[in-house]
Write a protein that binds this ligand. Structure first.
Ligand SMILES: Nc1ncnc2c1ncn2[C@@H]1O[C@H](COP(=O)(O)OP(=O)(O)OP(=O)(O)O)[C@@H](O)[C@H]1O
Ligand SMILES: [Mg+2]
Length: 405
């Protein structure tokens, strides 16, 4: 720290009158006031300590980061005010040091400490040469790095998740082959068992039937799992959503009859065609309707309504299956969350992935004890823009146009 002004002032102290001293003090106070205003306006925290680690200055941002009060902190040791701070090792370095730290009070945050020893040049009285007689204190600059640290953590987390997904997908895929082989061998056994008679035949047939059902279940878990984690780009074609709803309902016709379910479809006739992957959307509708049927078990009302607003085609599915608790609602998109003994807990995750890949949104409204409404919103106005090539310039105004579909 250069102390030229003060040094000169001290040198001339004997020669200046009391009025000059007053003026100088006023000037110093004004400069100090300006510096304090500037320091309080910046986002970085600033703390200045003396050679013993006692706080001589602390700005507003530093007070906020550590939950300190400036008035009561001045003169106190920094490591007493900020518990857990290893001030001894931090202040020993001769040069500036930078350290990242996690603080837990008053909020959990990550900070970067930049600590600079304050060295004051002293001129030797005899030869005028200057020297440094150890630091007279430290200036600490604090930066809040919580956001950048959290986003780095998120990136690492998602990379880990991707690696895990890839591994799981590999394992799931490999399970497919032995399942196939089991299926074929069970078929062979079934043929041989047919030639037997009596009780043994019956018992073996039952065991084979159970094994085949379990294999089918495993196979469907593997298929669903692969569908859930392997993002497949939708193949978009202009489609009528009503037609897809009707197709899904036709698929369920036998189950609707078996379960004695009443279907009320209110399909708005003037829906625009929208760019969607027919098979994927059908799969999404299928998963949603299947959930409703499983919730209603027998005798319920399944309402399906299609509608339109300024930007989206809305498809809502309402059932009378008792809905779900707030706790379940908060967990429905967790992989494998299921309340069913034979559910894989991937159905709604697949629906959400499909809807998202179509640029849409979904919402679930549960009325516990009564029923549930799940709404899927698919955009029909494509918000992407295509800049026209220079050759495409149209006559109107001759300007460049952004085409919005
Ligand atoms: N219409 C609904 N009414 C009541 N609860 C529902 C409804 N839809 C989903 N749920 C609840 O959400 C859970 C998760 O549903 P999701 O479709 O993801 O998996 P699942 O149906 O259990 O299994 P899967 O669909 O993979 O066979 C269900 O287990 C159920 O508890
Ligand atoms: Mg389901």
């Amino acid at each position: 720290m250069k102390s030229g002004f003060l040094d000169k002032l001290i040198e001339r102290l004997g020669r200046i009158g009391p009025e000059d001293v007053q003026n100088y003090l006023l000037q110093l106070a004004q400069e100090k006031g300006l510096i304090e205003t500037v320091f309080n306006a910046i986002q970085e925290g600033i703390i200045v300590t003396d050679a013993n680690g006692r706080i001589t200055y602390v700005n507003d941002a530093a007070c906020e980061l550590f939950g300190l009060e400036a008035d009561t902190s001045i003169g106190k040791r920094l490591d007493e005010r900020v518990r857990g701070l290893d001030w001894k090792s931090l202040s020993q370095s001769q040069g500036a040091i930078s350290r990242d730290m996690e603080i837990f009070y008053p909020a959990n945050r990550f900070l970067n400490f930049y600590i600079v020893p304050l060295l004051i040049e002293r001129r030797m009285p005899k030869d005028g040469a200057s020297n440094h007689a150890g630091p007279v204190g430290h200036a600490i600059i604090l930066r809040d790095i919580t956001e950048s640290r959290r986003s780095t953590e998120k990136t690492i987390e998602s990379e880990r998740f991707n690696a895990l997904t890839l591994l799981a997908a590999g394992v799931a895929h490999e399970i497919g082959n032995p399942l196939n082989s089991l299926h074929i061998h069970l078929q062979l056994m079934e043929r041989k068992v047919r030639k037997l008679d009596g009780k043994v035949k019956e018992e073996l047939q039952e065991a084979i039937a159970i094994s085949r059902a379990e294999i089918t279940r495993l196979d469907s878990i593997v298929t669903q799992f692969l569908q859930a984690i392997r993002p497949s780009k939708p193949l978009l074609h202009p489609e009528n959503v009503n037609a897809i709803v009707e197709e899904a309902l036709r698929f369920f016709a036998p189950e609707i009859q078996d379960r004695d379910i009443v279907v009320e479809a209110e399909l708005r006739p003037d829906l625009p065609l929208i760019e969607i992957d027919r098979d994927q959307i059908k799969q999404a509708f299928y998963n949603v309707i299947k959930n409703s049927f499983e919730a209603m078990k027998r005798r319920g009302i399944q309402r399906i309504r299609t509608d339109l607003d300024a930007t989206h085609v809305n498809i809502s599915f309402t059932d009378t299956g008792g809905g779900m608790s707030a706790e379940s609602l908060s967990r429905v998109f967790e992989p494998y969350f299921t309340t069913k003994s034979t559910g894989s807990g991937l159905g709604l995750l697949i629906v959400r992935r499909i809807v998202r890949e179509h640029g849409g949104e979904m919402a679930i409204e549960s009325n516990e004890g009564k029923g549930l409404t799940l709404t899927i919103r698919l955009p029909y106005l494509d918000k992407r823009v295509r800049m026209l090539e220079a050759g495409d310039l149209r006559a109107e105004g001759g300007g460049r146009k952004a085409e919005t579909r």
